[in-house]
Ligand binder design. Structure first.
Ligand code: PMP
Length: 403
């Protein structure tokens, strides 16, 4: 069977990444890996989920927990989220919330909602590679949105028109971004909002790491700033995407979108068509766990991850040769390293696995134009103690050898 002949054109943009293939080899015990950007399973709130699952599977609630449910998501969870959102400066109703199967599904739905073939999405260079993967299916063009840039709305619109479409939205990983660990400051958020107003486009605010701040002052979400200007979420163009993956557990696949009702209503139609609803049992368990332990649990995560970040930054300071730069994240899971010009992160990874048994993610996959050869992403979420020092020392040796 010649599958290529019957595939839709959109599949041309969907390729397995070489890096993912390489990263599959990383379970060998002698490799110190800074590659996986995932939570530490030792910190999952297991006991709270055991209790929650037992409770929702009791007579009286088991019928609902195991049954089909509404596409919007659990009313109880949406009410908790509406309060949670109000707590971070986003007053809204449960009706402004859609539960999704992870925030990854939200990115897919938002791409499907807005991108016509050849339309333009504005993204940071680099940006979250999973967002590029989700949007690629809808065949967009990308244009570069730099935090400090003063490029005019007319300029963005002209480039999009030359590419045969319109600018539809700007996508931003706002807090402790994947992959850079950097946070867009208030002035940067205001500029994006201003640009979006001028272009009359939407903003997709990906706040997957919002709760994981270890120091510094929280920066108001873009949606909060917009509500403060306009008076109500219903008049806002910002679509906020949140996730329980980094705070409670990613395996449950529970995320949410918070936006004006017309957006939520369209997304509900999409969810009906795609998967009817996210797993009822998981939504009920997350509602139960979030209501009981969210704040305390997240406080514990912050404490633990802060220590790991500090240890990694100290090791980088000690070990890295001149010419290597890195970010100093105030939260999240990632440190982004810029290597001397001419060095290639992918080649470095192959070498690092072979000679020093240390791993990371080469940065190129995070660039919509495939640039960024001399960058790499390190995650500090999984390693603790002397393994961090040893891993960074190994990485420094590989870099010195490649220089
Ligand atoms: N957005 C960002 C910035 C992420 O880093 C991730 C996970 N790596 C996601 C979205 C998707 O996470 P989930 O689907 O588990 O909510």
């Amino acid at each position: 069977m010649q599958w290529e002949q019957i595939l839709a054109p959109r599949m041309a943009r969907m390729k397995a990444s070489e890096i993912r293939e390489l990263l599959k080899l990383l379970d060998q015990p002698d490799i110190i890996s800074f590659a996986g950007g995932i939570p530490d399973p030792r910190m999952f709130p297991v006991a709270a989920f055991q209790e929650a699952m037992a409770r929702v599977l009791q007579p009286g609630s088991a019928d609902a927990a195991l049954q089909y449910s509404v596409s919007e998501g659990s009313a109880q969870l949406r009410r908790w989220l509406a309060e949670h959102m109000a707590g971070i400066g986003i007053p809204c109703e449960a009706d402004n919330i859609l539960i999704t199967s992870g925030s990854q599904q939200a990115l897919d739905y938002l791409g499907k909602l807005m991108i016509g073939t050849g339309d333009t999405v504005l993204v940071n260079w680099p940006t979250y590679m999973g967002a590029l993967g989700a949007f690629n299916a809808y065949e967009p063009k990308y244009d570069r949105l730099d935090p400090g840039s003063n490029r005019s709305a007319e300029d963005f619109a002209a480039v999009a028109a030359a590419n045969g479409g319109k600018v539809k939205f700007a996508y931003l990983s706002v807090d402790f971004a994947n992959p850079t660990g950097e946070t867009i400051d208030r002035a940067g958020r205001e500029r994006v909002l201003q640009l979006a107003e001028e272009l009359d486009i939407a903003i997709v605010e990906d706040a997957a790491y919002q709760a994981l701040r270890y120091d510094g002052e929280p920066v108001e979400p873009i949606l909060a700033m917009e509500i403060a200007r306009k008076g109500s979420i219903e008049d806002c163009r910002t679509i906020y995407s949140g996730s329980f993956s980094k705070t409670l557990a990613p395996g449950l696949r529970i995320g949410w979108v918070c936006a004006a009702r017309p957006v939520i209503n369209k997304l509900v139609l999409m969810k009906q068509a795609a998967d009817l609803h996210s797993p009822t049992l998981n939504q009920m368990a997350v509602a139960d766990v979030a209501a009981r332990v969210f704040d305390d649990h997240v406080a514990g995560l912050r404490e633990a991850y802060r220590g790991r970040r500090d240890r990694m930054l100290a090791a980088l300071e000690r070990e890295m040769p001149e010419g290597v730069r890195w970010t100093k994240p105030e939260g999240g899971m990632f440190v982004w390293i810029t290597l001397p010009k001419g060095m290639d992160g992918a080649e470095l990874l192959a070498q690092a696995i072979k000679t020093e048994r240390v791993a990371f993610v080469p940065g190129r996959a995070f660039y919509a134009d495939g640039s960024g050869e001399n960058t790499i992403r390190l995650s500090f979420s999984l390693n603790d103690g002397p393994a961090v020092d040893e891993g960074i020392a190994r990485l420094a040796r590989v870099i010195k050898a490649a220089a």
